[in-house]
Design a protein around this ligand. Structure first.
Ligand SMILES: C=C(O[C@@H]1C=C(C(=O)O)C=C[C@H]1O)C(=O)O
Length: 252
């Protein structure tokens, strides 16, 4: 969706982040339908001539090639940029809101590690049901949603910078990461985000019956505290890391 430059404000970027919470919570619910399914991540499972890697890497790499056009949008960041030929994709006049330095920020390699090593074991049952391609597809959509949210920190940072350049500029010039982190942090907003995410996970993960008094008794599709833990331990700190990285390049 193209957004006119003046439509990015702290309120509108925060609204976008709120909407992205829905996608992430549904992504957790969808992935939790499948057990861990370790074959999906096993380097020796796939026997495809010319491809070396796991099924999940195969699904990510090929989906990104098919969907190369989405990476023309500055809101999107590929996991395997080395395989993309963006020059083959026709261009679209996306609003140029960000400083060009934004293009060099991509922390998907750390997100990848966090997701497969730390997050998945937290909320997925152990076991194997053979649905490896579906498992890889749900990993793809959830991890893409997390990546989009975290990299949206670039937009948050740009809005904050434009609102008070006089506060940010000296810290940027002295490369004061700690000072920048402090200035861009709003603890009360973070607390609200964590609580809202857990509430969404509780509500969206509930079994719904037509008799409304039964709703709260239904079993949960997954543990809602996983959603707030994901935000507290990774999503919020990494969004802030992206903001700092962006600001450090802002005056180049
Ligand atoms: C995204 C923002 O920046 C920081 C990061 C937040 C987050 O990732 O949810 C929330 C508040 C801020 O500390 C913001 O101010 O909205």
């Amino acid at each position: 969706m193209a957004t006119a430059e003046n439509e990015y404000t702290l309120d509108t970027v925060r609204e976008t982040l709120v909407r992205q919470e829905d996608t992430i919570v549904f992504g957790l619910i969808e992935r939790s339908k499948f057990p861990f399914n370790s074959q999906t991540y096993d380097q020796n499972y796939l026997q495809i001539p010319g491809f070396c890697g796991s099924l999940v890497e195969f699904v990510f790499t090929n989906t990104e090639i098919v969907q190369a056009g989405r990476y023309k949008n500055p809101e999107e960041n590929p996991f395997f940029p080395e395989n993309l030929s963006l020059s083959l994709v026709p261009s679209y006049p996306f609003t140029k809101f960000l400083h060009p330095g934004a293009a060099s920020i991509n922390i998907n390699k750390s997100l990848w590690k966090m997701y497969f090593h730390d997050l998945l074991p937290l909320f997925v049952a152990s076991g194997d049901d053979g649905n490896y391609a579906q498992t890889a597809a749900s990993d793809l959509s959830l991890l893409q949603a997390i990546s989009k949210r975290v990299h949206y920190g670039k937009f948050v940072a740009e809005v904050k910078f434009r609102e008070s350049p006089q506060d940010y500029e000296p810290l940027i010039r002295s490369k004061d990461k700690e000072g920048l982190m402090k200035l861009l942090t709003f603890k009360s907003v973070e607390e609200m985000v964590k609580k809202r995410v857990e509430k969404k996970a509780t509500l969206f993960g509930q079994d719904i019956s037509l008799n409304s008094s039964d709703d709260s008794k239904g079993k949960q599709k997954f543990d809602p505290s996983v959603a707030s833990k994901l935000y507290e331990k990774w999503v919020i700190p990494l969004t802030k890391e992206v903001q700092v990285e962006y600001l450090l390049r802002r005056l180049d």
